[in-house]
Design a binder for this molecule. Structure first.
Ligand code: ADP
Ligand code: MG
Length: 726
């Protein structure tokens, strides 16, 4: 599982450092291999990752690789890098001042005039000069790239081009040599333009955070500072209508905050002092003071962006297939070209025409479309999902999500709000009810479990004060125990069947026992409100042909049955300890196939990790959930789940289309090249053209619209809370 938590510069015992850069000018996938190779040569560099589609470069080194050196080395292979914080687009010169564009424009002019001259006047020498000028202007870049690849014993697209151009010249096909060079650069430029769209969609997430914040001085004055300089504990001021600069706790002011940047939900969320708020969200009408909680690089939005950019790294089957095929295809075609140029002439064929055919084979032997087919679709889908508040941590999980056959929900905090309220206090041995509750609340005060919160809140609502226990111990999935005034007290899961328990549970309430020593003193019944969208989501999952919608809970079977019946759950397992959930999942997976586990990350992290896809809900407010999940739903809204599954399936279909399309192109071009039906220029045009088509198809996912209206219409009216179900 990939970890989200890494800050952009990380230090451990052996102090390896990981520095992130952005590619300032667009970097094609071809140069990304050159770039990785070049950067690995720097002293002290342990590893280099180039996420070409997102334009992000991560250099792992032992501290010796200075940013300046990295940039200089990158510049040597023609890539300009900027630091992570700098805005890459700001560095980019307008196209008419970039060398590549200028070279392309000039070369096109030369080749066009050459062709015209040739056709109209027959000034062959003049045309020849123009063709060679074209090659001279536009050839150096692929030549250098081919040379770099050669040094690393790699065949690259440029190598193929260089050989083809040299061959065409040797055959005296000067105009074709010139055309090849131009079409090749044109293809590269267009490809970069299109992939740039995927990149700018990620960048648009970044643009949601204002670059500066108003920080409050100790003396009360305000100063404007870059968001990266904000430190935990500092106070920032946000005026009405402004975007929040960073994550923090609201300390004064009230406002409806539009959290769509994070959660994809544009309904404002009411925030009062004490609430967690997030950078990139939009303040409503209140003036707010926020205490900064974490450095900028660790904010939810910054982590989302990093994750989206690195989505290419977690490779799914589609990507691995494309990689493997691409790795075999190019050398195989190279061999084929060598054979085409040598075998038939030895058998008496015409040398010139077979050499020409072998050059055409070379020109089509890079399936650029295949190489781009998967990463472009993955980045587009993941970045689209992020805008809806769905974080998918890589192509692998996108694929798995699409393939899921069963979905298991955790109950507390997932199917229910996880904000239970204390409903009944039942004394079983004559103990005063207030005393019973006070005892329980004193022990629970230290626990973070939602049930504990309900009990403590219930006590304070009834005006009871709690005492400080001598000791407390949490028993995950069971309860808490502690000593208070020398009495040993347990609050938690009942064992045995105390009176009244059956009644409370049949009402859908979760009852916990309060024990003193071995003596059961009473029961506290708590009810958690079912999320109103849960039944509609179960229906929607069934409609998506997910046949098994399941529930895993530590709660009692009777409560589980009541809730399952209301939600429309096919099957459930109750009374599970956190570790039992893992075992249950493994068994369910054997039974039903690929399974997703949906939890809130509170005590279900092991289960999330066991499932084929671990999905965390409400991840914006829980660091653990955001970290352990493969898919994180930022909003506290179950409807995001079917939405994520639909998007994943759509993306997978797109990936399959792209792979199929590129295989089809290969299957068409190779025989055509072999039988001499393609000219060099046609071969290259078809090859580049199909690659562009494939990239454009992948990018359609960026514009994907969710059929939210339909969804809203089929949503059932809210179901009453289990507490009121009889
Ligand atoms: P779920 O699987 O529904 O999320 P948990 O695994 O968190 O539930 O808890 C399972 C059961 O353990 C609860 O229903 C309750 O009976 C008991 N329990 C766990 N922690 C506590 C606690 N702090 N106070 C009281 N009971 C608890
Ligand atoms: Mg739970």
């Amino acid at each position: 599982m990939t970890s989200l938590a890494e800050p952009s510069s990380q230090t451990t015992s052996r102090s390896p450092v990981s520095s992130r850069f952005r590619v300032a000018d667009s970097c094609c996938l071809e140069c990304s291999a050159d770039l990785a190779g070049a950067l690995r040569e720097l002293p002290g560099v342990a590893d280099v990752q180039v996420h070409s589609t997102a334009g992000v470069v991560i250099v792992q080194h032992d501290g010796r690789a200075r940013a300046e050196a990295v940039r200089r080395q990158a510049a040597r292979v023609g890539v300009s890098l900027v630091g992570e914080e700098e805005d890459a687009s700001a560095e980019q010169a307008p196209w008419w001042r970039q060398r590549r564009f200028l070279a392309l424009a000039l070369a096109s002019l030369f080749v066009a005039s050459g062709l015209v001259l040739d056709a109209l006047t027959g000034y062959e020498t003049a045309a020849l000069v123009l063709y060679f000028l074209t090659i001279a202007v536009n050839g150096p870049l692929p030549l250098r790239s081919a040379w770099l690849a050669l040094r690393e014993h790699r065949l690259s697209i440029s190598t193929l081009l260089v050989v083809a151009v040299a061959g065409a010249i040797a055959l005296g096909r000067y105009e074709e040599a010139a055309l090849l060079v131009v079409v090749f650069s044109l293809g590269g430029v267009l490809e970069e333009y299109v992939t740039g769209r995927a990149r700018s969609s990620i960048r648009s997430l970044m643009a949601l955070v204002p670059p500066v914040a108003s920080r409050r001085h100790a003396d009360g004055g305000l100063e404007t500072v870059p968001v990266e300089d904000l430190l935990p504990g500092e106070i920032v001021v946000v005026r009405p209508g402004e975007r929040l600069p960073t994550d923090g706790i609201l300390i004064s002011g009230r406002s409806g905050i539009d959290q769509s940047a994070i959660s994809g939900e544009s309904m404002p969320v009411e925030a009062a002092p004490g609430a967690s708020v997030f950078g990139g969200t939009v303040n409503g009408l209140g003036a707010l003071e926020i205490r900064v909680e974490k450095p900028y690089a660790d904010t939810v939005l910054a982590r989302i962006i990093r994750q989206v950019e690195e989505a290419q790294a977690a490779k799914g089957r589609g990507q691995r297939f494309a990689d493997r095929f691409g790795a075999i295809y190019t050398p195989a075609m190279f061999m084929l070209a060598v054979m085409v140029a040598s075998v038939p002439p030895l058998l008496g064929g015409d040398l010139r025409s077979w050499v020409y055919r072998s050059l055409v084979v070379l020109v089509v032997s890079c399936s650029c479309g295949l190489i781009m087919s998967v990463p472009v679709a993955v980045i587009a889908a993941v970045s689209r999902a992020a805008r809806d508040g769905i974080l998918i941590k890589g192509g692998l999980y996108l694929e798995r999500l699409a393939a899921v056959r069963a979905v298991a929900f955790d109950k507390t905090g997932t199917l229910t709000f996880g904000q239970p309220r204390l409903i009944d206090v039942v004394s079983l041995d004559g103990m005063n009810e207030e005393e019973l509750l006070r005892l329980a609340a004193s022990i629970e005060a230290a626990s973070e479990h939602p049930l504990a919160g309900a009990i403590v809140a219930g006590a304070s609502e009834r005006g009871l004060s709690t005492e400080q226990p001598e000791s407390v111990r949490a028993l995950p999935g069971i309860g808490v125990e502690g000593t208070l005034g020398g009495r040993s007290v347990f609050v938690g899961r009942p064992n045995g069947e105390p009176p009244q328990l059956a009644r409370l549970e049949a009402e859908g309430k979760t009852a916990v026992v309060v024990r003193e020593g071995d003596q059961v003193r009473g029961l506290l019944a708590v009810a958690d409100e079912l999320r109103p969208e849960a039944p509609a989501v179960a229906t929607e999952l069934h409609r998506l042909k997910i046949e098994h919608v399941l529930m895993l809970t530590g709660d009692n079977p009777r409560v589980a049955a009541t809730i399952a019946a209301h939600v429309g759950i096919d099957d459930w397992r109750a009374g599970l300890l956190p570790e039992d959930k893992t075992a249950a999942l493994e068994q369910l997976r054997r039974q039903h196939g690929p399974i997703a586990m949906v939890g809130d990350g509170v005590n279900d992290a092991p289960a999330l990790a066991t499932a084929d896809v671990g999905i965390a809900m409400g991840a914006a407010s829980s660091d653990v959930a955001l970290e352990t999940a493969d898919v994180a739903l930022m909003a506290d809204d179950l409807n995001k789940l079917p939405q994520a599954i639909r998007l994943a399936r759509h993306a997978l279909a797109n990936i399959h289309q792209n792979i199929a399309l590129s295989l089809l192109v290969v299957a068409g071009l190779v025989p055509a090249a072999l039988t001499g039906q393609l000219s060099l220029t046609e071969g290259l045009l078809l090859n580049e053209g199909s690659a562009l088509l494939i990239i454009a198809n992948g990018l359609r996912l960026l514009r994907r619209k969710e059929a939210s209206l339909r969804e809203r219409a089929t949503r059932r009216p809210a179901v009453p809370s289990p507490a009121s179900l009889d």
